[in-house]
Design a binder for this molecule. Structure first.
Ligand code: MG
Length: 159
């Protein structure tokens, strides 16, 4: 089964920027209830989409005080647990990050490795792409960041 996820956050001065659980050196960071990690949020929604389990906002509401400043890797782990309880495993993940600057080239491998650890699949099954928006729109003007994620999940082979 295939699932799709999308997330975006406003970028503001003086906030940390976290992508895939990795801290990015940037003047601006995401304004959010949780840590605002668009990569992990879109990953969560793609996993929920593929398994027919709803969306991240239903599971971890942004008006719930317990998720204020939350480390988004907690959301990924909780969702992975839900999948495993249903004998589902993630086959592969493909992520596209939209950010005007900084360039993410030097961070891609760390993001990939961290996601591999979080969802417990080999790094070869995770792909990270980063794009600017050629100066256009809210991404281009550095008003925000967005991320798309697609993943495939499958039933664990019975042993
Ligand atoms: Mg989000």
């Amino acid at each position: 089964m295939v699932g799709f996820g999308y997330d975006s956050h406003k970028l503001v001065d003086g906030k940390p920027l976290l992508l895939g659980g990795i801290r990015i050196e940037s003047d601006k960071g995401a304004l959010a209830h949780s840590d605002g990690d668009v990569v992990l949020h879109s990953l969560c929604d793609s996993m929920l989409g593929a398994s027919g389990l709803g969306d991240i906002g239903e599971l971890f509401p942004d008006d719930d005080i317990q998720y204020k400043g939350a480390d988004s890797s907690i959301f990924v782990s909780e969702i992975l647990k839900m999948l495993h309880e249903r004998s589902l495993i993630v086959n592969n993940v493909d992520i596209t990050i939209l950010l005007e600057k900084p360039k993410l080239k030097s961070y891609k491998e760390s993001i990939r490795n961290n996601i591999s650890k979080l969802i417990k699949i080999p790094v070869e099954r995770i792909n990270i792409k980063a794009k600017t928006n050629e100066g256009m729109g809210f991404i281009g003007k550095m008003e925000g960041i967005a991320c798309y994620c697609i993943c495939e999940i499958q039933k664990k082979a019975s042993d």
